[in-house]
Design a protein around this ligand. Structure first.
Ligand SMILES: [Zn+2]
Length: 240
């Protein structure tokens, strides 16, 4: 195999069911690495704003009917954005990609060619369904920054100011128990096969996501320090 065109850059995908805390952990990870926090829905909207080919228009129409973007189009968007971000010199933390098996297959092969196999990593946050359900009921999200998530309805009430100082805390419609059921089914049917594929490719690390945000982060920090060696930034989080 030839030398990958982009040397010494890497990508990490944070995977997990709805409510697993993957958005929060991806945010922390991107911040620590100075990497690009790649939220697939956000990148999709940017792509739509800049393109009006027939296929993109068709996806927008589907989306407006409440349907999800289709995998071939999503894969095209993710690859397109990935290439330009990596070429600008930034590493990437994916939050929401790959979401399906076909996206996983397409994206991983693309990344292997671009970066080399050892520079592609994925983390699965493993959280049981009962824990997920109870978290979603308690979850409060900042209306200004969706990475500001607080799982504690005792201390954080709807309408309270965000502790990070920017917005107001809200409950998301998407966290409604009936919506949760649909999202869980979708995760099981579409995303679990993608995670299994990453496992088979040897790029997946499983982290226990049932711990507190701080403890999950500590485990991720430890694991990536081990995998990335000197490339992992040592900082305030390292006590050992
Ligand atoms: Zn906030």
């Amino acid at each position: 195999m030839s030398t990958p065109p982009l040397k010494n850059q890497f990508v990490i995908s944070v995977m997990g069911p709805p409510g697993s805390g993957k958005g929060t952990q991806a945010y922390l990870l991107a911040k620590k690495l100075g990497a690009f926090h790649f939220i697939t829905s956000v990148e999709g909207k940017k792509y739509i704003a800049a393109h009006n080919d027939p296929e993109t228009k068709r996806q927008v129409a589907r989306y407006q009917e409440g349907l999800l973007f289709e995998s071939p189009w999503t894969l095209r968007v993710v690859k397109d954005r990935t290439q330009s971000i990596l070429e600008s010199g930034q590493d990437i933390v994916y939050d929401g990609s790959p979401r399906t098996l076909s996206e996983a297959e397409g994206l991983i092969l693309f990344l292997f060619q671009l970066l080399g196999r050892e520079c592609v990593m994925a983390i699965e946050l493993n959280v049981g369904e009962e824990e997920l359900k109870s978290r979603l009921l308690k979850r409060r999200v900042c209306d200004r920054n969706h990475s500001h998530v607080f799982i504690d309805s005792e201390h954080y009430k709807v309408g309270d100011p965000c502790p990070e100082g920017d917005g107001v805390l809200q409950k998301r419609d998407i966290d409604d128990p009936s919506v949760f059921k649909t999202r869980m089914e979708e995760f099981r049917n579409l995303t679990v096969p993608a995670i299994e594929f990453l496992r088979k490719e040897g790029v997946l690390t499983v982290i226990n996501g049932e711990e507190s945000i701080e403890n999950v982060w500590r485990d991720i920090d430890k694991e990536l320090a081990r995998r990335l060696g000197r490339r992992w930034p040592r900082g305030a989080h390292d006590n050992d």
